[in-house]
Design a protein around this ligand. Structure first.
Ligand SMILES: [Zn+2]
Ligand SMILES: [Zn+2]
Length: 347
């Protein structure tokens, strides 16, 4: 219903819950998981005709979601759940809305789908409200009363699924260096087949003080070492939160390639995207770049005018005042520059 009304304005925030739903809508969507991916609109009276059903997702994808939502090792298991409650065999998912206005927990087995909402009818937020500890205990109680250890059995894998060995770091097919492994379902011909690359090998000096690239790697006198192969955004997150990880040593200072390579990569705003801002709300764009390991300072320019000089990991904010095309430039302290362009419009 909300999509019908506000479709034009919803945009990407919909993924994060920017589109309101009712308990009935959400619970019905979950009932499709219990029904091999088929959505059947609810009927409220027994003699109402059954409405036409719709296949929302494939039976195989449905089965994989059911497997995920049945796991007991998860962050949204209520506190003391193991000791204080019978855990019914169900698949379930919790949610907490912005401002802690709503706590949700929706669960299903083969026979029933139950949706629990906890909150104020006035819509006022409550600091203690969350899906895990407010709504899930109620959901468990309801299942324990109506269908504890359901006689209907559990979901079985459709025939077009298979099992394979994956790396527990990434969930991808194991590579020679993946030590922690597990068996996991996949869809032959559909699931990605690229092997795990959670580590990468880097040639470093024998004292492990410098790393080499193909340009500067010496004939001998180096060792190959394995390092975590994180995406640049993850590295930035680790650094910003001071999480420990094994760093690749600084690049060989005698290397000739370093000065022409490794310019900052502007990750926000996203290049060539149109940003819709609310007029009069003084909304800002976040500027962020992933810079090379050794870079300390970044210089940010908007339409060729210096906006700010800041530490390499800092997020910079810029408030556009007029609509139009903007040139965002980022130069690092070694003079390497990257330009990016975005459109800004006001609603
Ligand atoms: Zn791996
Ligand atoms: Zn090099």
């Amino acid at each position: 219903r909300d999509i019908g009304k506000k479709g034009d304005q919803l945009g990407l925030s919909m993924i994060l819950g920017g589109c309101g739903v009712t308990l009935e809508e959400m619970t019905l969507l979950y009932s499709a998981f219990a029904n091999k991916g088929q959505y059947v609109p609810a009927k409220w009276l027994q003699d109402e005709p059954v409405m036409e059903s719709k296949q929302l997702i494939s039976p195989a994808a449905t089965f994989m979601i059911n497997e995920i939502l049945t796991q007991l090792l998860r962050p949204d298991l209520p506190h003391n759940a193991y000791s204080s409650t019978h855990l019914p065999k169900i698949a379930w998912k919790t949610g907490t809305s912005y401002g802690r206005r709503d706590a949700w927990s929706i669960g299903y087995n083969k026979k029933y789908t139950v949706g629990v909402w906890v909150g104020n009818f006035s819509g006022e937020g409550v600091p203690e409200l969350n899906g895990t500890d407010s709504a899930t205990p109620l959901l468990f109680d309801i299942f324990n009363s109506i269908d504890y250890n359901s006689t209907a059995g559990w979901f079985t894998a459709p025939p077009n699924m298979a099992l394979r060995r994956v790396c527990t770091e990434t969930g991808l097919p194991v590579n020679s260096f993946c030590e922690s492994q597990a068996m996991d379902y996949y869809l032959p011909g559909i699931s990605a087949v690229a092997k795990c690359r959670h580590l990468k090998q880097v040639p470093v000096s024998e004292d492990e003080k410098f790393a080499y690239c193909t340009t500067c790697q010496p004939e001998s006198g180096y060792v190959q070492k394995w390092y975590p192969n994180f995406a640049p955004e993850i590295l930035t997150f680790y650094d910003a939160n001071q999480l420990p990880y094994t760093h690749i040593p600084a690049h060989n200072p005698g290397c000739s390639r370093i000065f022409s390579d490794n310019a900052p990569v502007i990750v926000s705003p996203a290049a060539e995207m149109e940003y819709l801002l609310e007029a009069g709300e003084k909304q800002k764009l976040m500027l962020h770049a992933n810079a090379h390991n050794e870079v300390k300072k970044l210089f940010w320019y908007v339409n060729d005018k210096l906006l700010k000089t800041a530490p390499a990991t800092e997020n910079i904010f810029f408030e556009p005042t007029t609509a139009g095309r903007y040139k965002i430039s980022c130069t690092d302290d070694q003079g390497r520059n990257t330009n990016s362009y975005v459109m800004v419009s006001f609603l």
